[in-house]
Design a protein around this ligand. Structure first.
Ligand code: SAH
Length: 299
């Protein structure tokens, strides 16, 4: 995994964020890709307030609890909303200019840091990766390394909220079928390069991933992925937690304990927000129980 930071002369998005913060306007933040036509990111949207955020992002903010890590925090929009709600959040980004702006905007704990830098060893209850947060993983083949890193950064009862999109709609034919080259690279692996004024960034890989592929990789790497909510455009919010914990829960099925009854409701395929809120509490209660002296997790 790439563990480097950007330098200020190759940080187009950071330069756009800094300009917008200082002058309340910015020029075009241009986006190039070998797979798509030129596009641009409206810089103003990087400064969105909570009420302007898509429902998937607002949902993730509401569900984030405990000590929170905001990964690739950009201008700090999510961190500021969390701080305002009285939550404890640490914002990280590889963009020096963005981190400076976050600090100036009042994000209390903002650090210039690459998520994959193993020297960094804090642990968190919630890890947030928003605005196609799966992008930071880069390519499918990096997923095992990503989950390994998540294991290091998460508390045993911790969880990750990430949004992503299934890009399959880009390959949809008029008759509704999909033409995807299965022998080629995964269709959500995109390369991007950004430019702001004369600042040209390096090209980088950005992963869009469908929920099914993501859950398979999660399961192979010790995590369970649950779909929290779907957006209007093939986008969705996913919730991951350590699979070992949920499987321990299922062992309790044999006892048909009241805990299992509650969990079996929680585990239905599409989780509602209210049941999700219960999950971390249930898991910490269970962990406390199994770590108590003389207790036996299998009952
Ligand atoms: N979350 C913000 C910004 C999203 S853009 C928002 O929703 O507005 C993605 C951000 O991730 C960029 O600021 C980029 O600099 C940062 N980033 C990319 N790779 C990273 C990594 N490995 N570790 C930390 N931040 C990263």
């Amino acid at each position: 995994m790439n563990t480097t930071l950007l330098s200020a002369d190759k940080d187009p998005m950071g330069a756009a964020i800094a300009d917008y913060y200082k002058r309340h306007k910015a020029e075009r933040l241009r986006v190039f890709s070998s797979q798509f036509d030129e596009d641009e990111i409206p810089v103003k949207e990087l400064f969105r307030m909570e009420k302007q955020m898509p429902l998937l992002e607002r949902t993730a903010l509401q569900l984030a609890t405990g000590k929170i890590l905001d990964v690739g925090a950009g201008s700090g929009c999510h961190s500021l909303a969390l701080q305002e709600a009285g939550k404890d959040v640490h914002a990280i980004d590889i963009s020096p200019l963005s981190v400076e702006v976050m600090q100036q905007r009042g994000v209390r704990h903002a650090t210039l840091l690459n998520l994959f830098d193993g020297h960094f060893q804090e642990t968190y209850d919630t890890i947030l990766m928003l605005m196609n947060g799966s992008g930071i993983i880069g390519q499918l083949e990096n997923l095992p390394a990503f989950f390994k890193r998540m294991k290091q950064l998460l508390q045993p009862s911790g969880c990750i909220f990430m949004d992503s999109s299934d890009l399959r709609y880009l390959f949809e034919e008029e008759d509704g079928s999909f033409v995807i080259d299965l022998a080629g690279d995964y269709y959500g692996e995109i390369d991007f390069q950004m430019q702001y004024k004369d600042i040209l960034g390096e090209s980088f890989d950005w992963l869009y991933i469908d929920f099914q592929t993501l859950s398979l990789y999660a399961a192979e790497n010790g995590f369970q992925a649950e779909l929290v909510k779907e957006g209007k455009h093939y986008d969705y919010l996913v919730y991951y937690f350590f699979a070992s914990i949920s499987s321990i829960f299922f062992v309790n099925a044999a006892n048909s304990s009241s805990l299992y009854k509650r969990v079996s409701i929680t585990m239905r395929p599409s989780l509602s927000i209210s049941t999700l809120r219960v999950m971390p509490a249930l898991r910490s209660a269970y962990l406390a129980k199994i770590s108590a002296p003389g207790s036996n997790p299998k009952g």
